[in-house]
Design a protein around this ligand. Sequence first.
Ligand SMILES: Nc1ncnc2c1ncn2[C@@H]1O[C@H](COP(=O)(O)OP(=O)(O)OP(=O)(O)O)[C@@H](O)[C@H]1O
Length: 268
Amino acid sequence: MTTTRQDHDPDEVILECAAVSRWFGGLQALKGIDLHIHRGEIFGLVGPNGSGKTTLVNAITGFYPPQQGEIRYRGERISGLKPHRIARKGVARTFQNVALFRGLSVLDNILLGRHLFMRPSILGAAFYWWWAEREEVAHRVRVEEVIDLLQLESVRDEPVDVIPLGMQKRVELARALCAEPGFLVLDEPMAGMNQEEKEYMVRFILDARDAMGTTMLLIEHHMDVVTAICNRAVVLNNGEKIAEGPTREAINDPTVVAAYIGRVKDAA
Ligand SMILES: Nc1ncnc2c1ncn2[C@@H]1O[C@H](COP(=O)(O)OP(=O)(O)OP(=O)(O)O)[C@@H](O)[C@H]1O
């Protein structure tokens, strides 16, 4: 899997985790994680099952705030804010299992991604219909751009349940991009995909980053995907950061190789 890459900006930190820790009862799921993710970067988050990847994402997006440490987005502290406040600041995510609205069309699912932009005042804007209408047109323009970018035109009116899994994942990506996030977490976007679908998805993620400048955090078990698209990566094991750096170096680090082999032995 070969790809093109765009250089990121190492001078501008978009997301920063400083000494982030989280416990579930007696289990420490995150142990003082430090991270800096730069503007325009696709940053890989890898590690064996149960190593703390989802917990870190839940800390960033506000679902399980860290109990120690701090998370900053564009220099502003977001840890401790409710998930919807964090989302409004421009942090979006897709989920490991497809989380679309069954029974709705592809287009309606994507339009839902724009609801973040619908200010409550729009409801009271009945007298200002012309203004509301202009807003609606602006939303539609962005939605059409994303449909075009992710090549979803041919299925836009299909119920989302009937399209193949690979396309459903693409619809999720489209919905997240329609919120115009500054930072997007992709939680296993290739799960359950065959090789061809994976290669398409890699292309679409890179195109989206290049076209929209979205900084991304990618949780992924497929190492070929991680090395193909991530500028840098961090590896977790038992809640600890065990490697970080340019992707190939990080995932080939002897500590990382040992951690994965250890899991295989434990499972045998
Ligand atoms: N809500 C929760 N309550 C209790 N324990 C939890 C909770 N969420 C996560 N854990 C525990 O925290 C640890 C880290 O889990 P986490 O889901 O973050 O790992 P992961 O790296 O995302 O794993 P996977 O690759 O399997 O998704 C695990 O031991 C898990 O059992």
